[in-house]
Write a protein that binds this ligand. Sequence first.
Ligand code: NAD
Length: 433
Amino acid sequence: MTIRGVTQAAGDLADVQVNPYEMMLQQLDMVREYTGIPDGVWKILRQPERALEVSVPIVRDDGEIEVFTGYRVQYNSARGPCKGGIRFHPDVTEDEVKALAGWMTWKCAVVNVPYGGGKGGVSVDPARLTRSELERLTRRYTAMIYPLIGVRKDIPAPDVNTNAEVMNWIVDTAGVLGGEAVPGIVTGKAIEMGGAAGRREATGRGVMVVTLGVLERLGIDVGGVRVAVQGFGNVGSIAAQLLAEQGASIVGISDISGGYHCPTGFDIEDVLQYVKSSPGHLLAGYDARGVEEVTNGELLSLDVDVLIPAALEAQITARNAADVRARVIVEGANGPTTPEADLILGENGVLIVPDILANAGGVVCSYFEWVQNIQCFPWEEEQTNQRLGAIMVRALDEVWALGQGRAVSLRLAAFILGVERVAAAVRMRGVFP
Ligand code: NAD
């Protein structure tokens, strides 16, 4: 693993920056001894199919030109068109996008939706852009990756700092460039544009479903279970809201602006209202009664039953893993736990529900949205939520059974399940020409 240096992110959050691509490959390599995947197929699985780097020039509102760097990576398409979000963040690198595209590949296979894995991103701090600059950035980035994306080729979706509005601009730009309506070219768009009712909540809903499933298996009643959530964006805030609705007590929350601890449990609806109208939609300044400020580092080590990292990669590392007091970690984010931290947590008896299972609700619902777009036949939200729940429960059942059967961690079990499915498709396709 590459340790690139020491950074200070959101207080004392992360002291080491890990190369996520090396981390993803390290996780992949751990699977090898448990599978009979032939050498040649293995070589294919260890490489992204395609990685495109683009420059994204925009005219700022003051007339100056600024150029950003963007990426789109298609990791593997053996099981279907590539699928994966677009991230706007200053730390986006080609290696990060490759890692995220790899995790998408295994994730789509774990939940058995007919997709390969992709991912995209632009290295930019969107908080520094006005709305019109963000729109120009999105449209130009879309034009630059346009040769790669398509309803049957590669379908983006929202990720960190992108949302339905960004997806709407992508649909429109692709429609103008191609001269035809292509709602199915992205998922996570507004419902008025062909989005699926329930997609915005889907990743958080999936996190809630697997959390309940795991608690049940551990014989823990969700009523009063104490939960801490790192990251209060799309995934973290909805997971917190839905778990609170199930009776859990959300005692810790945080975002890039800082963290809060409320031992008696937050009124999550109140927090959501606050964030909706706060500058930058941040938690900063949330000063409801009984709320104590904590650093993000302290948040990760709160005395809770369930910890949900739902921000970025490599938040739980060799440095802070021993401080984690949660009994269960449910990975809402992609790659929040490094392999070194995995070992420490395993030794300490912490059960980790891995990202490629825990946060798959988003891509499952994206699949539903795409199906609705292709068929021009929208579903009711209730139907979406019910089917989403069924797929998440099935995936958890399969991963759990494989983990028990082979006496391996849930991460290893999920990787074995996902990687073997992708390997089977690679083998059956053969190698062109
Ligand atoms: P988002 O932009 O909506 O929210 C990210 C949250 O993390 C924000 O609250 C932000 O303030 C916080 N954050 C950022 N840096 C932080 C830091 N250093 N410390 C603490 N908090 C920090 O993004 P999202 O869509 O919720 O994605 C979060 C994670 O979930 C990412 O890893 C993403 O890849 C993963 N994920 C997202 C989806 C989806 O459907 N949106 C699906 C699967 C996985």
